[in-house]
Every structure is written in C-alpha cells, then in structure tokens.
Unconditional design. Structure first.
Length: 360
C-alpha cells in the first residue's frame, strides 16, 4: 500500500490526530462471547470472541479490521448491550458494564450505534423530520415545537445536509445512500453521545461517496471529541480515518497498534494479506514493492472447532510447526504494538508478554 494512497477512493488522507487520546471509554479484558447453535451433528459452541483485550479512548478513532465472521460486529454488539459476555470483563469509563448499563436511557444516550445499511436502518414511511426529532423528544434534548425543529435543522446541517429545509420534509426513499447515512449519523448525534459505534458505515455506499462519510466521522471526532469505533473489512479506509488499527481473525485480535505502524510495518501474515489486497499501484511489476503473500486454498477457520495455537495457521503461507502445537504468546512491541504470532520472535523490538488463552 502506497503511503500516499490510503484508500481506493480519491482525496487527500485525513491527518492522524496529533492530540493525546483521553481516558478509556471502553475496555475489554479477556472478553469471550460464545454461542450455542444447531448443527447437523447437534449443538455446537461458536467462539465468536475468545480472549479479547481491547481499549477505546476518548477522542480516538479505533478501527476493527477483518473479514466477515472475524468477530468485529460481535464486539460492537457487546458494547451496545445486544450480546452479553460469556466470560471476561467490560468496563465503561472504568465502571463494570452491568453497573453502567443499569440506567439504560443514559447508556443509550452515551453510546450510539450506526448501522451498515442506511437503506434498512431508516423508516421509509417517516419523514426525515420525524426520524431525527424522535431521539430529541425521547431524551428531552429540546422541548417545545420550535426548539425541537431548530435542533433538527441544526443536526442536519451538522452532517452537511444543507440547507436543512431541503431535506427535512423528504422521505428516506428520496435520498441517496450517502445522504441516508448522514441522516442516520444526525439521528445518533441528536443525544450528544460520547461514543459512536460505526459498523461498516460505508460498505453499502458507492465508492464516490464513501470518502464523504469517512471525512464526516473524522470531523465529528475533532469537533465533538467523540470516541469512534470504526468497523470495516477494508484496511485502506481504516488507514484513512483511524488512529489505531486492531486486526481480527477467528474471534481474536491478532495484531494492533498505531495505524501508520501497522500499515507500514505489519508483523502478522494476515495483516500483510489485508494490506496486499488493497488496491495500490506499487503492487505492479517494476515498482520495487515487495512480493505479495498468497494464502492456501484452505477454508477460513471454523470457530466451532477447538484450535490449538494460531487460528490462521491452515491458511498462512509462513506457518511453522510451532504455530499449531501450543498456544501462541502475545508479543509487545514499541508504541503499544501487540501481535499474536510466532514471527514476532524474530523481531528484536518485540518481547513476549503472556501466552494466548488455550482453545475454550
């Protein structure tokens, strides 16, 4: 991936925030979420999350990157109270999740989820005015017809739907996908949240308008000091907008760290494969770019099957015998880098911290 080409769409990169990130908003400690599901052989346990350590801080955009089924959305759904943890701890601003969520109205005001599909997340039978003003009324952000109308117009203009009068009495079906996603973001902002959980917010949009939504998320982080969890399968867009990247595979975070360090110097082969999959002119012959890795034809890991060691080993082009003989140690590198891979043992700047949990 070229340093000057962080995303397949056109435009200049969003500068990485220079300010220090604040206190932790969400902390997951050895978090696991397991589901019992039916299979042809009877009930099986699917380990959607298995031993996750993760932190999201105030004023930070953290990206969760990985293919479908890696556990990204499950983690967001734990934070949004849709799924309950099976094991481990979740802290919300230092308070255990169960205690923080006792006041549900306040919790949902502070933590807002932006869905992947703007065509399904908005009620097509209601005008934009009704959609945006509903949370304003429910959470008593404004009272009185004039005050509510003023707040709705302010929110629409905040997400660059200007003039608000052009959109306020239209229906979602009258808007483009990008405009609908802006309405969804305006609705989330109505309650003055502290955290936005953005689950693939651009994947259903045309490439030409994805950049607008990413820029909007970056602007909102700066103007409102929001913490943003950005979930995506596209590491190029994660590089464009995030401060830190957490790469997920098979229900585990296998590599994490500052965005530019992850992209420019990946350790885990899966991270390298994600980067190589992003469109980049430097991949072409004669560019001087290193040769891309290729996976085997093995299927992705089955999270209902217990795996000793690395869950990517059956697809990894650099796998060793020790990758599947014992749990993989977690290695800590400079500037908060973490990687769950034996290849880190070859790096003098990485040291093992503790072993990964055994298959559960």
């Amino acid at each position: 991936m070229s340093p000057q080409s962080p995303t397949p769409t056109t435009g200049s990169p969003v500068p990485t925030a220079t300010k220090e990130s604040g206190a932790p908003v969400f902390e997951a400690r050895d978090l696991s979420v397991h589901f019992r599901v039916d299979s042809p052989d009877g009930k099986v346990t699917v380990r959607a999350l298995d031993g996750i350590d993760f932190t999201l801080r105030e004023g930070e955009i953290a990206a969760l990157v990985g293919e479908s089924g890696s556990g990204k959305t499950t983690l967001a759904r734990v934070f949004s109270l849709i799924h309950a943890p099976t094991a481990g701890d979740v802290l919300v601003s230092g308070v255990p999740l169960k205690k923080a969520a006792k006041d549900e109205r306040r919790y949902y005001r502070d933590v807002q989820l932006i869905f992947q599909d703007p065509f399904a997340s908005l009620n097509a039978l209601k005008k934009i005015r009704h959609i945006v003003e509903r949370p304003v009324r429910i959470h008593r952000i404004a009272t009185g017809r004039k005050a509510v109308a003023h707040k709705v117009a302010e929110l629409l203009e905040r997400v660059n739907l200007t003039p608000a009068s052009r959109y306020i009495d239209r229906y979602p079906t009258d808007l483009s996908g990008g405009q609908r996603q802006r309405v969804a973001i305006a609705k989330s902002l109505a309650v003055n949240p502290k955290v936005l959980l953005a689950d693939e917010p651009t994947s259903m949009l045309d490439a030409s308008i994805r950049l607008e939504v990413l820029n909007l998320l970056a602007d909102l982080r700066e103007s409102a000091d929001l913490a943003v969890l950005y979930i995506t399968h596209d590491i190029a867009s994660a590089r464009y907008v995030s401060d830190r990247i957490h790469v997920m595979y098979g229900g585990r975070i296998i590599e994490s760290g500052p965005t530019e360090q992850i992209v420019s110097d990946p350790v885990h082969p899966y991270t390298r494969l994600l980067i190589d999959a992003a469109p980049d002119p430097a991949h072409y012959k004669g560019s001087g770019h290193s040769a891309a890795l290729t996976t085997s034809n093995a299927p992705p890991v089955d999270n209902s099957v217990e795996v000793v060691g690395c869950r990517f080993a059956n697809r990894c082009p650099l796998a060793r015998p020790e990758c599947t003989s014992a749990p993989i140690p977690r290695y800590r590198g400079p500037d908060g880098r973490d990687v769950l891979c034996v290849l880190a043992d070859e790096r003098p700047d990485f040291t093992p911290t503790h072993a990964a949990p055994a298959a559960r």
